[in-house]
Design a protein around this ligand. Structure first.
Ligand code: PNW
Length: 478
């Protein structure tokens, strides 16, 4: 195409085609020009949320407190003392939220179930009113042809469970809860995720006193908490399979994403090693049905106590692996025994509105590639991807979140690289459908593609919602 521009070339081609008596296809919404970053047919586009972040209604229909109710009410724990007491009031406004999904053209919705609505004490007698709520939400989704993907545990552990995740009996209780919900909802739900992000409800809650319940346990106890977390997942998979034999089972995990600083053989290999090593207590243990030897050696006397049968449950076959992807960790090969070194971020490295959210859109490609190259899962979903932004409502009521669109567009571009190279990515869930309770940041950090005025609960689609609608309609990066 030397010496002529792409536009001139297009014109010339059209003229040539007209002369030859053939007409070129017209490109309109829903159709593709050649070279457009098109996703595979049937690719699932959705949005994600979690119960405690959107529902509110914390005392309705027999719900009892979770550790996050308790924690968010402790003065000084969250920004501005914010709690999930009301949040988006989606418990009552769920029909409106399903309408938002419908308007986007979304084919799927990832939502979580509040364990303490279904078993207010965590175990014992179920509360049928709790599950009835979810049956109504699911029916509304199905009536609108939106496929539900249900997470069973997104950090809101029933507060009444003695010892929380320090106790092995909590893993058992999770198995019972998962089996019960799967049995009751199997006519409405075909995709279950056991847990969301092990590190956030184990290490951040029990070792670093960051998230609920806010403890600082020594390493041995903290490693045992991790073990109970992954054991709960394993028992959950077994219970779902036993009670809902047709269901697809997976999880949503924020595995550390290692990106080779330079894309060459040595650094790619370093990223792969780092992926296995850096996720050793969680995803690696699940995928291999064992803790890697290097993890056990590193932890020494602090290594978790494992009972017979635990690792078999933990290694249960999965129908899909869900990855929550936000931010990269850059690695390079080096001569150390482990074979890699982690890069630190220079102070000028760009971030989105949350201080941990370093911008590196190629992380979504490497998240998929590292996991697939190491463990060859049957299918991958991106169960979360999105960003916080300092959204402003213009005087005429619009939110022009061009920074969020930039973030999302770039991530999808790199996700497209993964699908075009044949990695089995089946779907993408944008975090989040709407602004919500962002844990310690309360309502100060907005991740939604719909703006929520928390005083009135009014939802307003942002520019990013308009953009995502177009992505979904064309099944392509736009
Ligand atoms: C995820 N990090 O959490 C959670 O699944 C959501 O509930 C949450 O609202 C969303 O991401 C945005 O924060 C994360 O520090 C929390 O890297 C922290 C990190 C990553 C994910």
């Amino acid at each position: 195409m030397k010496g002529i521009t792409r536009r001139q070339f297009g014109k010339a081609a059209a003229a040539a085609a007209a002369l030859a008596g053939v007409s070129l296809p017209e490109i309109s919404r829903g159709q593709q020009a050649p070279g457009v970053r098109q996703f595979p047919p049937g690719f699932v586009w959705g949005c994600a949320t979690a119960a405690y972040q959107i529902e509110g209604a914390v005392k309705d229909d027999g719900r009892k407190p979770s550790v996050w109710d308790v924690y968010s009410h402790i003065p000084g724990k969250t920004f501005n003392g914010d709690t999930g007491d009301v949040a988006d009031d989606s418990y009552h406004l769920y029909k409106e939220d399903v309408r938002l999904l419908k308007n986007l053209g979304a084919g799927a919705y990832r939502m979580s179930i509040s364990w303490s609505r279904v078993f207010p004490e965590g175990k014992g007698a179920p509360n049928p009113l709790g599950l009835d709520h979810y049956k109504r939400v699911l029916d509304e989704l199905l009536a609108n042809s939106i496929t539900p993907y249900v997470t069973l545990f997104h950090w809101d552990l029933p507060d009444a469970l003695p010892g929380g995740w320090q106790s092995r009996s909590t893993s058992m209780a999770f198995g019972d809860y998962a089996g019960y919900v799967a049995r009751e909802l199997q006519d409405r739900v075909q995709h279950f995720m056991t847990t969301n992000e092990f590190v956030c409800f184990t290490d951040l809650g029990y070792r670093f006193a960051h998230f609920a319940p806010g403890m600082s346990l020594p390493p041995r106890e903290a490693n045992q908490v991790r073990h109970h977390g992954i054991l709960a997942h394993g028992l959950g998979v077994q219970a779902i399979r036993a009670n809902a034999p047709r269901a697809q089972v997976g999880l949503a995990e924020n595995a550390n994403v290692y990106v080779p600083v330079i894309e060459d053989e040595r650094n790619i290999e370093a990223a792969r090693r780092a992926t296995r090593d850096g996720n050793a207590p969680f995803l690696t243990a699940l995928m291999e049905g064992n803790y890697p030897q290097s993890y056990l050696e590193r932890e020494g006397a602090n290594a978790p106590h494992v009972e017979p049968g635990d690792m078999k449950a933990i290694g249960s076959r999965l129908d899909f692996v869900g990855l929550n992807v936000y931010t990269p960790t850059y690695v390079r090969a080096d001569a150390s025994p482990r074979g890699y070194a982690i890069e630190t971020y220079p102070s000028s490295y760009p971030k989105m509105a949350s201080p941990w959210l370093y911008l590196g859109p190629e992380c979504i490609y490497w998240a998929v590639r590292n996991v697939c190259d190491l463990w060859k899962p049957a299918a991958i979903y991106i169960t979360e991807n999105g960003c916080s932004a300092d959204d402003v409502v213009t005087p005429d009521g619009r939110i022009e979140d061009t920074d969020r669109v930039m973030y999302l567009r770039n991530h999808l571009t790199h996700l497209h690289r993964a699908t075009s190279e044949g990695y089995p990515v089946k779907g993408y869930f944008l975090w989040s459908l709407l602004d919500n309770f962002e844990w310690l940041d309360g309502y100060s950090k907005r991740f939604g593609i719909h703006y929520v005025d928390f005083a009135t609960e009014k939802r307003i689609p942002k520019l990013s919602a308009e953009w995502y609608c177009e992505v979904i309609a064309r099944n392509a990066v736009v």
